[in-house]
Design a protein around this ligand. Sequence first.
Ligand code: SAM
Length: 244
Amino acid sequence: MNQSLPAFIELWQTTLNWQPNPEQLQTFQVLYDQILEGNTQLNLTRITEASDFWEKHLWDSLSGVSQINLDSLQNSCKVIDIGTGAGFPGIPIAISYPDWQVTLLDSTRKKLVFVQQILDKLLLKNAKILVGRAEAIAREKQYRSNYDLATIRAVSNASVCAEYALPFLKVGGTAILYRGQWSDEEDYNLKSALSLLGGEITLVKSFQTPLTQGIRHCVYVQKILKTPEEYPRAIGTPTQQPLG
Ligand code: SAM
């Protein structure tokens, strides 16, 4: 039987300064139902309990975006969620920002076939899937330097995530690297990688999750220069020989 997702209206407001409307709340519920159903066939997520799903998938996805200065983004902001898996953080972002255009990229076709079914069920017209490896897709003219915002959660270490994300951004665009803990060593390595990729860290924000008080970080990277054509390197190289 489907579980009911807690609305947590006050927590949305106090922790993210944003409140979903009734239609968005209903869409989050349908998303949850679909993920639970999909989980019976595909191993999508271990986070299935209702309040866990709210905190670790919905709240976590949206906390990263809540720090962005929305005035700096166009209404028609183009977003790419790299390594979206079952659609996180990309689907919650598309639900919450209906004027944004969200591309959900992943290399695993069967996950994205499932994500497309979810998008159809949610009647979510501002999100679309894209199958492929970030290293290959970022070299295609129609996708390179094409996005205002890139999000990437639980895909690889921060330098690898930066190598995947920066080539997709327009100069001036922002990448949000969703991280758990954040160390001086990661910071140092990321800065070295960014000096090659044309980016700089503008903010490292620590979040405390509202129900279980877990610590999360989002690293905000602005693209300040065009990324050299040699990046991203060939498929597999970023993870085998991370920059930095
Ligand atoms: N972002 C989701 C989340 O936070 O729930 C999914 C995280 S899952 C652990 C990592 C995903 O990244 C997988 O679905 C995998 O297929 C995808 N991935 C890993 N490397 C990739 C690459 N180079 N290009 C595209 N997708 C990639």
